[in-house]
Design a protein around this ligand. Structure first.
Ligand code: SF4
Length: 241
């Protein structure tokens, strides 16, 4: 089986400029929000690129992740790899256990497959509530959103506001999937083994599957739902509040 690097890494025109632009944006964002800016990393390929740039350029941006309790073992395995490679600890935010247990007892382990409402309720408990704690006291956050990822993300700006009015930076907005993998390949960036197994976008285990050749980037996320419903609520901007 070919690796994700073999399948996707390509040097595209403008890659060096996109890297320089991303580093500058991260540096400017960190300077504007000293001590109160965080990369909310999903541990996916894009966020590993941002982790690499933040670490290698010593940009003062904290790292934190949402450990939903439903992540793949391969995803969690990246946490010690990041620590070993960069000497950075990623802070983990978990759901309130009583809420998660009550939800599963009431609706079952696979409640998220029963309806969009139940799926959103699960994301609320396992992602949105922990995200509110991750962002408490922060004035800005950084994400790995790219315009190419989906129709819903086609107009992602470099700088946005979340629904709380907090600054939200998307420095990879203009990066292609080939750029992401070229950077990972040329900088020896650790990445989730599931990418090699045809998982381009990785979320929780019950809600992510591999994609077939030709399928959309996010086709493996909540694949039983309509395309328009396929966001977990983490990336709501002020303009669509
Ligand atoms: S992605 Fe799935 S398992 Fe994870 S929080 Fe959302 S519904 Fe629950």
């Amino acid at each position: 089986m070919s690796t994700a690097i073999e399948r996707h890494a390509r040097l595209k025109p403008g890659y060096e400029q996109r890297v320089a632009q991303t580093v500058l944006l991260l540096q400017q964002a960190a300077a504007a929000h000293p001590g109160t800016i965080v990369l909310a990393t999903s541990l996916g390929a894009e966020d590993m690129v941002l982790t690499d740039l933040i670490a290698n350029h010593r940009i003062p941006v904290a790292l934190a992740t949402l450990d939903t309790g439903k992540l793949h073992a391969e995803t969690l395995a990246l946490l010690p790899k990041i620590e070993a490679r960069y000497g950075i600890t990623v802070e983990r935010f978990e759901p309130r256990s009583e809420q998660a247990i009550h939800f599963v007892r009431t609706h079952g382990e696979l409640a998220m497959r029963q309806s969009v409402d139940l799926r959103k309720a699960c994301c609320g408990i396992r992602k949105l509530e922990p995200l509110s704690r991750l962002l408490a006291g922060k004035t800005a956050w950084v994400t790995g959103l790219r315009r190419e990822q989906s129709g819903a993300r086609a107009e992602v700006p470099f700088e946005d506001r979340d629904d709380q009015g907090r600054a939200k930076f998307n420095p990879l907005a203009e990066w292609s999937w080939a750029d992401v993998w070229h950077h990972i390949a040329t900088h020896d960036v650790p990445y989730n083994e599931l990418h090699d197994r045809f998982f381009p976008s990785i979320g929780c285990e019950p809600c992510t599957r591999a994609v077939a050749l030709g399928e959309d980037f996010r086709a493996g996320r909540w694949w039983w739902e309509n395309e328009s419903a396929k966001e977990c609520g983490l990336h709501v901007s002020e303009t669509v509040k």
